[in-house]
Design a protein around this ligand. Structure first.
Ligand code: CTP
Length: 399
Protein backbone atom coordinates (compact mmCIF):
# COMPACT_ATOMS: atom_id res chain seq x y z
CA UNK A 1 0.00 0.00 0.00
CA UNK A 2 2.97 2.32 0.56
CA UNK A 3 5.10 1.07 -2.31
CA UNK A 4 6.61 3.95 -4.27
CA UNK A 5 5.19 6.62 -1.93
CA UNK A 6 7.47 9.49 -0.96
CA UNK A 7 7.29 10.66 2.61
CA UNK A 8 8.90 13.78 3.97
CA UNK A 9 9.43 13.02 7.66
CA UNK A 10 9.90 16.05 9.89
CA UNK A 11 11.38 15.00 13.21
CA UNK A 12 10.68 17.40 16.07
CA UNK A 13 12.72 17.78 19.23
CA UNK A 14 11.23 15.43 21.79
CA UNK A 15 12.25 12.25 23.54
CA UNK A 16 9.80 10.36 21.27
CA UNK A 17 12.15 11.11 18.36
CA UNK A 18 13.83 7.79 19.17
CA UNK A 19 10.71 6.04 17.84
CA UNK A 20 11.52 7.48 14.41
CA UNK A 21 14.16 4.80 13.92
CA UNK A 22 11.47 2.16 13.99
CA UNK A 23 9.04 4.37 12.08
CA UNK A 24 11.51 4.83 9.21
CA UNK A 25 12.21 1.09 9.16
CA UNK A 26 8.48 0.24 9.06
CA UNK A 27 7.84 2.75 6.28
CA UNK A 28 10.78 1.71 4.12
CA UNK A 29 10.01 -2.00 4.61
CA UNK A 30 6.63 -1.26 3.05
CA UNK A 31 8.25 0.27 0.00
CA UNK A 32 7.99 3.96 0.89
CA UNK A 33 10.96 6.29 0.57
CA UNK A 34 11.60 8.60 3.51
CA UNK A 35 13.31 11.99 3.24
CA UNK A 36 14.16 13.05 6.79
CA UNK A 37 14.24 16.61 8.07
CA UNK A 38 15.28 17.27 11.65
CA UNK A 39 14.80 20.36 13.74
CA UNK A 40 17.84 21.55 15.62
CA UNK A 41 16.29 20.27 18.87
CA UNK A 42 15.64 16.85 17.33
CA UNK A 43 19.37 16.40 16.85
CA UNK A 44 19.71 16.55 20.64
CA UNK A 45 17.65 13.37 20.92
CA UNK A 46 18.70 11.29 17.91
CA UNK A 47 21.72 11.64 15.68
CA UNK A 48 21.27 12.74 12.07
CA UNK A 49 23.71 9.97 11.18
CA UNK A 50 21.49 7.17 12.52
CA UNK A 51 18.40 8.66 10.87
CA UNK A 52 20.18 9.09 7.56
CA UNK A 53 21.55 5.52 7.72
CA UNK A 54 18.08 4.07 8.25
CA UNK A 55 16.39 6.23 5.64
CA UNK A 56 19.22 5.75 3.17
CA UNK A 57 18.94 9.47 2.39
CA UNK A 58 20.61 12.68 3.41
CA UNK A 59 19.09 14.38 6.45
CA UNK A 60 18.14 18.01 6.00
CA UNK A 61 18.46 20.19 9.06
CA UNK A 62 19.17 23.77 8.09
CA UNK A 63 17.25 26.10 5.87
CA UNK A 64 20.44 27.25 4.23
CA UNK A 65 22.05 23.90 3.62
CA UNK A 66 19.71 23.14 0.77
CA UNK A 67 22.17 23.16 -2.09
CA UNK A 68 19.54 24.26 -4.52
CA UNK A 69 18.40 27.20 -2.37
CA UNK A 70 18.89 29.51 -5.32
CA UNK A 71 16.19 27.47 -7.02
CA UNK A 72 13.98 27.53 -3.94
CA UNK A 73 15.11 24.13 -2.67
CA UNK A 74 12.79 24.26 0.34
CA UNK A 75 9.74 24.67 -1.86
CA UNK A 76 10.89 21.77 -3.99
CA UNK A 77 11.53 19.58 -0.94
CA UNK A 78 8.11 20.32 0.51
CA UNK A 79 6.24 19.58 -2.69
CA UNK A 80 7.94 16.51 -4.07
CA UNK A 81 6.50 14.27 -1.33
CA UNK A 82 3.17 12.45 -1.36
CA UNK A 83 2.76 13.08 2.36
CA UNK A 84 4.48 15.16 5.03
CA UNK A 85 4.65 13.41 8.42
CA UNK A 86 5.60 15.37 11.53
CA UNK A 87 6.75 13.00 14.29
CA UNK A 88 7.14 13.83 17.06
CA UNK A 89 5.07 16.99 16.66
CA UNK A 90 6.07 18.97 19.73
CA UNK A 91 3.84 21.63 21.31
CA UNK A 92 6.19 24.24 19.87
CA UNK A 93 6.09 22.85 16.36
CA UNK A 94 2.29 22.60 16.47
CA UNK A 95 2.07 26.20 17.68
CA UNK A 96 4.32 27.35 14.85
CA UNK A 97 2.26 25.43 12.30
CA UNK A 98 -0.99 26.88 13.64
CA UNK A 99 0.45 30.40 13.44
CA UNK A 100 2.15 29.97 10.09
CA UNK A 101 5.62 30.75 11.47
CA UNK A 102 8.59 29.86 9.30
CA UNK A 103 11.82 30.41 11.21
CA UNK A 104 13.68 27.20 10.45
CA UNK A 105 13.73 24.53 7.76
CA UNK A 106 10.99 22.34 9.30
CA UNK A 107 8.47 25.16 9.79
CA UNK A 108 9.34 26.70 6.41
CA UNK A 109 8.65 23.41 4.67
CA UNK A 110 5.35 23.07 6.51
CA UNK A 111 4.28 26.54 5.45
CA UNK A 112 5.42 26.07 1.85
CA UNK A 113 3.84 22.68 1.26
CA UNK A 114 0.65 21.93 -0.59
CA UNK A 115 1.01 18.23 0.21
CA UNK A 116 -1.25 16.58 2.83
CA UNK A 117 0.24 16.67 6.33
CA UNK A 118 -0.06 14.13 9.15
CA UNK A 119 1.12 15.04 12.65
CA UNK A 120 1.90 12.69 15.55
CA UNK A 121 1.89 14.90 18.66
CA UNK A 122 4.11 14.03 21.62
CA UNK A 123 4.51 16.12 24.74
CA UNK A 124 4.01 16.28 28.47
CA UNK A 125 0.38 15.69 29.46
CA UNK A 126 -0.05 19.20 30.87
CA UNK A 127 1.33 20.74 27.72
CA UNK A 128 -1.08 18.59 25.68
CA UNK A 129 -4.06 19.55 27.81
CA UNK A 130 -3.13 23.23 27.93
CA UNK A 131 -5.83 25.36 26.25
CA UNK A 132 -3.19 26.87 23.95
CA UNK A 133 -2.22 23.45 22.56
CA UNK A 134 -5.85 22.40 22.26
CA UNK A 135 -6.59 25.64 20.41
CA UNK A 136 -3.66 25.01 18.06
CA UNK A 137 -4.84 21.44 17.51
CA UNK A 138 -8.30 22.70 16.55
CA UNK A 139 -6.75 25.19 14.12
CA UNK A 140 -4.60 22.48 12.52
CA UNK A 141 -7.54 20.09 12.20
CA UNK A 142 -9.59 22.90 10.73
CA UNK A 143 -6.82 23.35 8.15
CA UNK A 144 -7.31 19.71 7.15
CA UNK A 145 -4.17 18.41 8.84
CA UNK A 146 -4.50 14.80 9.93
CA UNK A 147 -3.58 13.81 13.47
CA UNK A 148 -2.58 10.44 14.89
CA UNK A 149 -2.45 10.01 18.68
CA UNK A 150 -1.28 10.95 21.20
CA UNK A 151 -2.06 7.96 23.39
CA UNK A 152 -2.36 7.58 27.15
CA UNK A 153 0.45 6.08 29.11
CA UNK A 154 3.48 6.54 31.32
CA UNK A 155 5.74 9.22 29.90
CA UNK A 156 9.45 9.83 30.03
CA UNK A 157 8.83 12.83 32.31
CA UNK A 158 7.31 10.50 34.94
CA UNK A 159 3.73 11.68 34.48
CA UNK A 160 0.83 9.65 33.15
CA UNK A 161 -1.86 10.64 30.67
CA UNK A 162 -2.36 11.61 27.04
CA UNK A 163 0.77 12.94 25.39
CA UNK A 164 2.70 9.83 24.39
CA UNK A 165 3.45 9.70 20.70
CA UNK A 166 1.48 7.05 18.80
CA UNK A 167 3.43 3.84 18.24
CA UNK A 168 5.23 3.54 14.88
CA UNK A 169 2.72 0.97 13.63
CA UNK A 170 -0.19 3.29 14.40
CA UNK A 171 1.58 6.05 12.50
CA UNK A 172 2.17 3.68 9.58
CA UNK A 173 -1.57 2.89 9.56
CA UNK A 174 -2.43 6.58 9.61
CA UNK A 175 0.04 7.16 6.75
CA UNK A 176 -1.71 4.39 4.84
CA UNK A 177 -5.11 6.01 5.46
CA UNK A 178 -3.82 9.45 4.44
CA UNK A 179 -2.38 8.05 1.21
CA UNK A 180 -5.17 5.60 0.57
CA UNK A 181 -6.15 5.75 -2.98
CA UNK A 182 -9.43 4.01 -3.10
CA UNK A 183 -12.98 4.27 -4.31
CA UNK A 184 -13.66 7.05 -1.78
CA UNK A 185 -10.67 9.25 -2.64
CA UNK A 186 -11.84 12.84 -2.95
CA UNK A 187 -15.05 12.15 -0.98
CA UNK A 188 -15.85 13.93 2.29
CA UNK A 189 -17.77 11.77 4.73
CA UNK A 190 -19.13 12.71 8.13
CA UNK A 191 -19.39 10.07 10.85
CA UNK A 192 -21.00 10.61 14.26
CA UNK A 193 -20.02 8.18 16.98
CA UNK A 194 -20.19 7.38 20.69
CA UNK A 195 -22.71 8.38 23.32
CA UNK A 196 -23.63 11.91 24.32
CA UNK A 197 -23.52 13.23 27.87
CA UNK A 198 -26.36 15.48 28.92
CA UNK A 199 -25.49 17.54 31.99
CA UNK A 200 -27.71 17.55 35.08
CA UNK A 201 -25.35 19.85 36.96
CA UNK A 202 -21.59 20.44 36.71
CA UNK A 203 -20.77 16.98 38.09
CA UNK A 204 -23.61 14.74 36.93
CA UNK A 205 -24.93 13.75 33.54
CA UNK A 206 -27.30 11.42 31.69
CA UNK A 207 -25.50 8.99 29.38
CA UNK A 208 -25.88 5.63 27.66
CA UNK A 209 -23.83 2.48 27.20
CA UNK A 210 -22.47 3.16 23.71
CA UNK A 211 -18.69 2.53 23.58
CA UNK A 212 -18.17 4.19 20.19
CA UNK A 213 -16.63 0.96 18.83
CA UNK A 214 -18.89 0.61 15.78
CA UNK A 215 -18.65 4.28 14.79
CA UNK A 216 -14.86 4.20 15.23
CA UNK A 217 -14.56 1.11 13.02
CA UNK A 218 -16.69 2.82 10.36
CA UNK A 219 -14.53 5.95 10.45
CA UNK A 220 -11.39 3.83 10.00
CA UNK A 221 -12.92 1.74 7.19
CA UNK A 222 -14.03 4.83 5.24
CA UNK A 223 -10.60 6.44 5.66
CA UNK A 224 -8.96 3.21 4.45
CA UNK A 225 -10.93 3.55 1.21
CA UNK A 226 -9.53 7.04 0.74
CA UNK A 227 -12.33 9.20 2.19
CA UNK A 228 -11.64 12.39 4.07
CA UNK A 229 -13.51 11.59 7.28
CA UNK A 230 -14.85 14.14 9.73
CA UNK A 231 -15.39 12.16 12.90
CA UNK A 232 -17.72 13.86 15.39
CA UNK A 233 -17.57 11.89 18.61
CA UNK A 234 -19.16 12.05 22.03
CA UNK A 235 -17.21 10.84 25.07
CA UNK A 236 -16.48 7.30 23.83
CA UNK A 237 -14.58 4.47 25.55
CA UNK A 238 -12.41 3.68 22.54
CA UNK A 239 -9.91 6.13 21.01
CA UNK A 240 -10.90 7.69 17.67
CA UNK A 241 -9.52 6.15 14.48
CA UNK A 242 -6.19 7.26 13.05
CA UNK A 243 -6.07 9.50 10.03
CA UNK A 244 -9.44 11.20 10.42
CA UNK A 245 -10.37 14.71 11.50
CA UNK A 246 -11.70 14.35 15.04
CA UNK A 247 -14.23 16.77 16.53
CA UNK A 248 -14.98 16.03 20.19
CA UNK A 249 -18.33 16.98 21.69
CA UNK A 250 -20.24 16.17 24.87
CA UNK A 251 -23.94 16.84 24.42
CA UNK A 252 -26.45 16.27 21.63
CA UNK A 253 -26.70 19.98 20.97
CA UNK A 254 -22.91 20.28 20.66
CA UNK A 255 -22.98 17.31 18.27
CA UNK A 256 -25.67 19.01 16.19
CA UNK A 257 -23.55 22.17 15.93
CA UNK A 258 -20.43 20.17 14.96
CA UNK A 259 -22.41 18.31 12.29
CA UNK A 260 -23.73 21.58 10.85
CA UNK A 261 -20.16 22.90 10.77
CA UNK A 262 -18.91 19.81 8.92
CA UNK A 263 -21.40 20.15 6.04
CA UNK A 264 -21.36 19.93 3.07
CA UNK A 265 -20.34 16.27 2.80
CA UNK A 266 -20.89 13.57 0.20
CA UNK A 267 -22.27 11.15 2.79
CA UNK A 268 -23.15 11.13 6.48
CA UNK A 269 -23.10 8.07 8.72
CA UNK A 270 -24.89 8.71 12.00
CA UNK A 271 -23.66 5.96 14.29
CA UNK A 272 -23.79 8.00 17.51
CA UNK A 273 -26.13 6.94 20.28
CA UNK A 274 -27.51 10.41 20.82
CA UNK A 275 -29.43 10.94 24.06
CA UNK A 276 -33.06 11.59 23.20
CA UNK A 277 -33.56 13.86 26.17
CA UNK A 278 -31.61 16.41 28.14
CA UNK A 279 -32.39 18.03 31.45
CA UNK A 280 -34.52 21.04 30.58
CA UNK A 281 -32.59 23.46 32.76
CA UNK A 282 -29.28 21.97 33.81
CA UNK A 283 -28.05 23.60 37.00
CA UNK A 284 -24.80 25.53 36.88
CA UNK A 285 -24.22 24.60 40.52
CA UNK A 286 -24.05 21.15 42.04
CA UNK A 287 -27.51 20.08 43.21
CA UNK A 288 -27.51 19.56 46.97
CA UNK A 289 -29.55 17.18 49.11
CA UNK A 290 -32.17 19.14 51.00
CA UNK A 291 -34.89 18.30 53.49
CA UNK A 292 -37.45 19.58 51.01
CA UNK A 293 -37.46 16.36 48.99
CA UNK A 294 -35.88 15.08 45.83
CA UNK A 295 -34.90 17.32 42.92
CA UNK A 296 -37.32 17.12 40.02
CA UNK A 297 -35.54 16.59 36.72
CA UNK A 298 -37.67 17.98 33.96
CA UNK A 299 -36.62 16.64 30.56
CA UNK A 300 -36.60 18.35 27.19
CA UNK A 301 -36.30 16.61 23.83
CA UNK A 302 -32.96 16.86 22.06
CA UNK A 303 -32.80 17.85 18.40
CA UNK A 304 -32.86 14.82 16.11
CA UNK A 305 -29.59 15.31 14.24
CA UNK A 306 -30.15 12.52 11.73
CA UNK A 307 -33.68 13.66 10.86
CA UNK A 308 -32.50 17.25 10.55
CA UNK A 309 -29.79 16.35 8.01
CA UNK A 310 -32.01 13.85 6.16
CA UNK A 311 -34.71 16.46 5.66
CA UNK A 312 -32.58 19.54 5.06
CA UNK A 313 -33.31 19.95 1.35
CA UNK A 314 -30.54 21.99 -0.32
CA UNK A 315 -27.11 20.86 0.81
CA UNK A 316 -28.32 17.42 1.92
CA UNK A 317 -25.55 14.80 1.64
CA UNK A 318 -26.05 12.46 -1.30
CA UNK A 319 -26.28 9.50 1.05
CA UNK A 320 -27.53 9.59 4.65
CA UNK A 321 -27.09 6.48 6.77
CA UNK A 322 -28.75 6.20 10.17
CA UNK A 323 -28.53 3.54 12.84
CA UNK A 324 -31.33 2.01 14.82
CA UNK A 325 -30.73 0.54 18.23
CA UNK A 326 -33.71 -1.68 18.98
CA UNK A 327 -34.54 -4.32 21.54
CA UNK A 328 -37.52 -5.94 19.81
CA UNK A 329 -39.17 -6.18 16.38
CA UNK A 330 -35.92 -4.91 14.91
CA UNK A 331 -36.88 -4.89 11.22
CA UNK A 332 -40.35 -3.40 11.72
CA UNK A 333 -39.11 -0.65 14.02
CA UNK A 334 -36.10 0.17 11.88
CA UNK A 335 -38.13 0.27 8.66
CA UNK A 336 -40.55 2.69 10.29
CA UNK A 337 -37.60 4.72 11.62
CA UNK A 338 -36.10 5.02 8.11
CA UNK A 339 -39.36 6.44 6.78
CA UNK A 340 -39.88 8.73 9.79
CA UNK A 341 -36.40 10.22 9.74
CA UNK A 342 -36.09 10.41 5.95
CA UNK A 343 -32.63 8.83 5.72
CA UNK A 344 -31.57 6.60 2.81
CA UNK A 345 -30.34 3.61 4.77
CA UNK A 346 -30.73 2.35 8.31
CA UNK A 347 -28.27 -0.04 9.88
CA UNK A 348 -30.38 -1.74 12.52
CA UNK A 349 -29.06 -3.76 15.40
CA UNK A 350 -30.56 -5.61 18.31
CA UNK A 351 -29.12 -4.11 21.46
CA UNK A 352 -30.96 -6.34 23.96
CA UNK A 353 -28.47 -7.10 26.77
CA UNK A 354 -28.47 -10.82 25.84
CA UNK A 355 -26.89 -10.05 22.44
CA UNK A 356 -23.82 -8.45 24.08
CA UNK A 357 -23.67 -6.04 21.13
CA UNK A 358 -23.69 -2.71 22.96
CA UNK A 359 -20.17 -2.39 24.35
CA UNK A 360 -19.07 -5.68 22.69
CA UNK A 361 -16.79 -6.54 19.78
CA UNK A 362 -19.38 -8.02 17.43
CA UNK A 363 -22.51 -6.86 15.71
CA UNK A 364 -25.39 -8.48 13.87
CA UNK A 365 -27.07 -5.91 11.67
CA UNK A 366 -29.92 -5.61 9.24
CA UNK A 367 -29.39 -3.08 6.44
CA UNK A 368 -32.66 -1.37 5.54
CA UNK A 369 -32.75 0.45 2.22
CA UNK A 370 -35.47 1.46 -0.23
CA UNK A 371 -35.19 -2.11 -1.56
CA UNK A 372 -36.06 -3.76 1.75
CA UNK A 373 -34.26 -5.45 4.63
CA UNK A 374 -31.03 -7.41 4.29
CA UNK A 375 -29.80 -9.41 7.30
CA UNK A 376 -26.03 -9.67 7.65
CA UNK A 377 -24.53 -12.56 9.61
CA UNK A 378 -23.05 -11.80 13.03
CA UNK A 379 -19.47 -10.59 12.56
CA UNK A 380 -16.90 -8.30 14.16
CA UNK A 381 -17.68 -4.60 14.25
CA UNK A 382 -14.58 -4.09 12.10
CA UNK A 383 -15.98 -6.37 9.42
CA UNK A 384 -19.43 -4.71 9.56
CA UNK A 385 -17.62 -1.41 9.09
CA UNK A 386 -15.60 -2.71 6.12
CA UNK A 387 -18.66 -4.05 4.37
CA UNK A 388 -20.67 -0.91 5.06
CA UNK A 389 -17.82 1.29 3.76
CA UNK A 390 -17.72 -0.84 0.60
CA UNK A 391 -21.46 -0.39 0.11
CA UNK A 392 -21.17 3.36 0.65
CA UNK A 393 -18.38 3.53 -1.94
CA UNK A 394 -20.59 1.62 -4.39
CA UNK A 395 -23.56 3.90 -3.78
CA UNK A 396 -21.53 7.08 -4.24
CA UNK A 397 -20.00 5.73 -7.46
CA UNK A 398 -23.44 4.96 -8.86
CA UNK A 399 -24.81 8.36 -7.86
N1 CTP B 1 -30.20 10.23 16.30
C1 CTP B 1 -29.84 11.54 16.12
N2 CTP B 1 -30.26 12.50 17.00
C2 CTP B 1 -31.04 12.16 18.06
C3 CTP B 1 -31.41 10.80 18.25
C4 CTP B 1 -30.98 9.86 17.35
O1 CTP B 1 -29.13 11.85 15.15
N3 CTP B 1 -31.43 13.09 18.90
C5 CTP B 1 -29.77 9.23 15.30
C6 CTP B 1 -28.78 8.21 15.77
O2 CTP B 1 -27.45 8.61 15.53
C7 CTP B 1 -29.16 7.02 14.91
C8 CTP B 1 -30.65 7.18 14.69
O3 CTP B 1 -30.93 8.54 14.95
O4 CTP B 1 -28.55 7.07 13.64
C9 CTP B 1 -31.56 6.33 15.47
O5 CTP B 1 -31.31 6.40 16.82
P1 CTP B 1 -32.24 5.58 17.87
O6 CTP B 1 -31.79 5.94 19.23
O7 CTP B 1 -32.29 4.15 17.50
O8 CTP B 1 -33.65 6.16 17.51
P2 CTP B 1 -34.54 7.21 18.22
O9 CTP B 1 -34.56 8.44 17.39
O10 CTP B 1 -34.12 7.37 19.63
O11 CTP B 1 -35.96 6.53 18.12
P3 CTP B 1 -36.72 5.59 19.20
O12 CTP B 1 -36.81 6.38 20.45
O13 CTP B 1 -38.02 5.34 18.52
O14 CTP B 1 -35.90 4.34 19.31
Amino acid sequence: MLAGKRILLIIGGGIAAFKCHDLIRQLTERGASVTPVMTRAAAEFVTPLSISALAGEKVFTELFDLTAEAEMGHIQLSRSADLVVVAPATANLMAKMAQGLADDLASTLLLATDTPVLVAPAMNVRMWEHPATQRNLAVLQGDGIRVVGPSDGAMACGEFGPGRMAEPMEIVEAVGAALADGPLTGRRILVTSGPTHEPIDPVRYIANRSSGAQGTAIGAALAALGAEVIFVTGPADVPPPAGVRVVRVESAREMQAAVAEALPVDAGVFAAAVADWRVASASDRKLKKTRDGLPALELAENPDILAGVSQMGAGRPGLVVGFAAETDDVVAHATAKRARKGCDWIVANDVSPATGIMGGQENAVVLITADGAESWPRMSKTEVARQLAGRIAGALQDA
